[in-house]
Design a protein around this ligand. Structure first.
Ligand code: ZN
Length: 501
């Protein structure tokens, strides 16, 4: 085959400088495409005899020509992994475009560093779960100094590197405003996770019944909602649900404006996005859990307004702290979760979505079983934690610096999370040998320390304006890529294994 011959010649001539990713090798119209790395960066190589070079839209960094006695020589274009080069590549290999998950169970693998997609793809092999490979929340994008476009491009380059030709999704996660929404549309995202938390009235949870009553009675839409929802029985499956004045007041005062916001986003999407898309409504980042009755009201209200919902992410009962196991009574979770499933299955059949999926192994089997394998789960920090674990294994001195620094920013960074972390329970790393550093990742307090300080770690600069850790983290993972991929892949596979029922 042409591709084998060409790659063999490339290796013979340039293996001192470049290492080929074998899974990436593809052939189209007498041109061969593959990914390589030198000791600093990765490149796309396009190879063909000069007379057959048809790929004019690519911008190479260098070109290399070699003699080939049987042909008219070979030209290798060595192209940087830029957005423009990727655009050309997507025209040639159109499977490098995200799509919607539809009826498949789906799982999002947030990739904070933007280099883990090949490892994620490997974890999905043989599983009947739709991978959402581009997924980062607005908060993570800010903290990692990334962008929606970079999140998308990194995932697609990762697909190409891993030779993946299957479908995958792209989730613009926790979108809170229309600028972000438009940006996500421009980048071609397929799942839009709308986060209306700025429009949720969180005070209601803390208000007294008297205060709620006063607010309710003076609300201009009160009569309207009473007419729609009171004195009715909602038979959902084998269960009856009712709204009384108190529950209706509490629910619509809490979520009314959030539903307005999602409705506006949905209308915006239908007007401005010409491609297929899916919509998720996420209310997981609230102080209190979402009751099944509130879930029902939200969905009834969205349906009344013509909003078509694909996923709903309630705040399920219990504590969903970042990067650690579920904190709460799994049986209690199960009882209430069944009601959420009943509503979701009978109210139009949308997926229930679980955020902070890392590493809630104890609830995964219930989540898969009760939803009848119709679910969406998101993880993000878990791949970051595996990456830092690799730093601890391969470059212990760097890990020690990161750890000491993380301890100094924990109080500031914990602010946006609900956490029970006690950093006093993290072992003193000066007393741990290099070999023992990896064990820190089995300690919940140490996990959460690294999980939530990622933005500070990645952004910190020294007095000369140089990144203090960021580039050394990337370089360590680049140099130890095999270990990095193996660790991330094994860890995500462990998640996915628990989701097969
Ligand atoms: Zn979330």
């Amino acid at each position: 085959m042409l591709q084998n011959k060409i790659v063999d010649l490339f290796v013979k001539n340039f293996s001192d400088t470049y290492k080929v990713y074998p899974a990436s090798i593809k052939e189209k119209n007498d041109n061969v495409f593959f990914l390589v790395k030198d000791n600093q960066k990765k490149y796309l190589v396009i190879a063909a005899p000069p007379s057959k070079q048809r790929q004019l839209g690519f911008n190479p960094e260098k070109e290399k020509e070699i003699e080939d006695s049987s042909q008219d020589g070979l030209l290798f274009k060595i192209c940087p992994l830029t957005h423009d080069n990727l655009k050309q590549l997507k025209v040639i290999f159109n499977y490098l475009r995200p799509s919607i998950a539809g009826n498949m169970a789906s799982f999002g693998t947030g990739d904070r560093l933007g280099i883990a997609t090949p490892a994620h793809i490997a974890a999905f092999q043989g599983k009947n779960i739709f991978p959402v490979l581009a997924q980062l929340s607005t908060r993570e994008i800010t903290r990692t100094e990334s962008s929606l476009q970079k999140v998308m491009d990194n995932a697609i380059w990762g697909c190409f590197e891993g030779g993946y030709e299957g479908p995958f999704g792209a989730d613009a996660d926790h979108i809170k405003d229309f600028d972000n929404l438009q940006e996500a549309i421009n980048c071609g995202f397929t799942l839009y996770t709308i986060d209306p938390s700025d429009h949720i009235n969180k005070d209601i949870f803390y208000n007294s019944p008297g205060e709620i009553k006063n607010l309710y009675q003076s609300h201009q839409k009160r009569r309207f909602f009473e007419k729609v929802y009171l004195d009715k029985k909602y038979k959902i499956g084998n269960k009856d649900f009712y709204f009384d004045e108190n529950s209706l007041a509490e629910i619509f005062l809490t979520y009314g404006k959030a539903v307005d916001f999602v409705e506006k986003c949905y209308k915006y999407l239908t007007e401005h996005n010409k491609d297929d898309f899916e919509l998720e409504f996420s209310i997981d980042e609230t102080d209190n859990s979402t009751s099944p009755l509130a879930h029902l009201w939200i969905v009834l209200e969205l349906q009344r307004r013509g909003v078509s919902l694909n996923n709903l992410a309630p705040h399920f009962i219990g504590d969903w702290e970042k990067g650690v196991e579920y904190i709460g009574d799994v049986n209690k979770f199960k009882v209430e979760f069944k009601l959420h499933c009943l509503i979701a299955a009978n109210m139009g059949g949308y997926k229930l979505s679980l955020h902070s999926g890392s590493d809630k192994f104890s609830v995964y089997p219930t989540f898969a079983r009760e939803t009848g394998n119709f679910f969406h789960i998101k993880t993000a920090g878990t791949s970051w934690l595996e990456a830092v674990k690799v730093v601890a294994l391969c470059h212990p001195d760097l890990y020690r610096e990161i750890h000491e620094f993380a301890l100094t920013c924990f109080d500031k960074d914990r602010f946006s999370y609900h956490l029970s972390t006690d950093i006093n329970n993290i072992p003193d790393i000066d007393k741990l040998s290099d070999m023992e550093l990896g064990s820190l990742f089995a300690n919940n307090n140490a996990r959460q320390l690294i999980h939530i300080t990622y933005g500070s770690i990645l952004k910190e600069k020294d007095e000369k304006g140089q990144y203090k850790f960021r580039e050394r983290i990337f370089k360590t993972l680049f140099d130890n890529e095999k270990t990095h991929y193996e660790k991330v892949s094994q860890h995500i596979k462990h998640h996915l294994d628990l989701l097969i029922i």
